[in-house]
Write a new protein. Structure first.
Length: 310
């Protein structure tokens, strides 16, 4: 498979693993890179010393390309740009904020920079800032979200019609059919978050993975649309169902206990960021299997559409 994303990123398949605080570390990211996709290391945990170690581990675990994400709203340390340049990675995604200050120095240092956008306006601004490409993220995806969320089905073709840079689709991508749909809408790559949370190599507690397997498509909640703080999409639990009606005063405060949920398995201790595709995931699979199945199903879907309608 060859297109602008595989060429720019130096990967076999244009499939990117989403950055996710504490989760997107070397065991998961190296499995993705080794399977021919793009593994990404997070920085949104803010634990930059640990991240440095994770990047070193990546060099031991894979000889394939990998990237780093900077969620601008969560990593306010102005040293982050130099930190990333110093780590010697070649691919960065920036998200959750205005890329203006950070894109210039990263590009001057020779990195490829993609910015994550939730709207056409943000996409055009990022292109003006000189990004190499975009991750276009629909509101059905898991994680922190623009409060005025738009579904991938609407946002992706809208942005792809208006920009020339290559686009990676995120939000709702889980298999080869959704990848083919994203390509039909103009994307040249896909990013998977929730699917990777539920993979065998994901470090989260089995209770979270099992909750994803058990979830129906209606089992996520969109919280905090009216602030203060960011909106987000997460799995439906007793706590988040309560928050749907009565938002907490400080939603970010709920993440103080994140590790008790992420690694301790107490699903009521915090908030389990996850997307609507939880309703389509019914098995924990190794990353290599997820990627191989996605590619095979993508090719079969495109061929079958071509036979039927081409
Ligand atoms: C647990 C979790 C944590 C996330 N953390 C981040 C993050 O730190 N930075 C970021 O850019 N996106 C983050 N996201 C959003 C993902 O990058 C991705 O775009 C989204 O999960 C895609 O939708 P999907 O869940 O339908 O695959 C997170 C998503 C999840 C599920």
């Amino acid at each position: 498979m060859k297109n602008r994303i595989t060429e720019l990123l130096g990967v076999e398949y244009p499939i990117v693993q989403a950055p996710m605080g504490w989760i997107a570390r070397s065991p998961l990211a190296s499995a993705v890179s080794n399977a021919g996709g793009m593994g990404i290391i997070e920085t949104s945990s803010g634990e930059l010393d640990a991240i440095k170690g994770e990047i070193q581990k990546m060099r031991a675990l894979t000889s394939k390309p990998f990237g780093v994400n900077v969620a601008l709203a969560f990593v306010r340390d102005p040293g982050i740009v130099q930190f990333i340049i110093d780590q010697g990675v070649k691919f960065v995604t920036t998200s959750a904020g205005d890329p203006q200050k950070i894109v210039g120095p990263l590009k001057e240092a020779g990195l490829t920079v993609f910015h994550v956008v939730p709207s056409l306006k943000a996409a055009l601004r990022a292109v003006d800032c000189g990004v190499d490409g975009l991750v276009v993220e629909g509101g059905e995806g898991g994680g922190f979200k623009n409060p005025r969320e738009v579904a991938t089905m609407v946002l992706l073709p809208l942005v792809c019609e208006k920009v020339r840079v290559p686009v990676i689709a995120a939000g709702g991508i889980v298999d080869g059919r959704t990848m083919a749909a994203a390509f039909a809408l103009g994307a040249e790559g896909v990013q998977m978050g929730t699917r990777m949370v539920s993979s065998a190599e994901s470090p989260v507690h089995a209770n979270w993975k099992n909750a994803i397997l058990a979830a129906q498509e209606t089992d996520t909640v969109f919280l905090n649309r009216f602030g203060p703080g960011p909106a987000l999409r997460a799995l439906r639990t007793d706590k988040t169902t309560r928050f749907e009606k009565e938002p907490p005063e400080n939603v970010m405060g709920e993440f103080r206990n994140a590790l008790a949920l992420y690694f301790g398995g107490d699903m009521e201790a915090s908030i389990a960021l996850s997307g609507q595709v939880a309703g389509r995931i019914d098995a924990v699979k190794p990353v290599a299997e997820i990627i191989a199945e996605t590619v095979a199903e993508f090719e079969a879907t495109v061929a079958s559409l071509g036979r039927r309608y081409g």
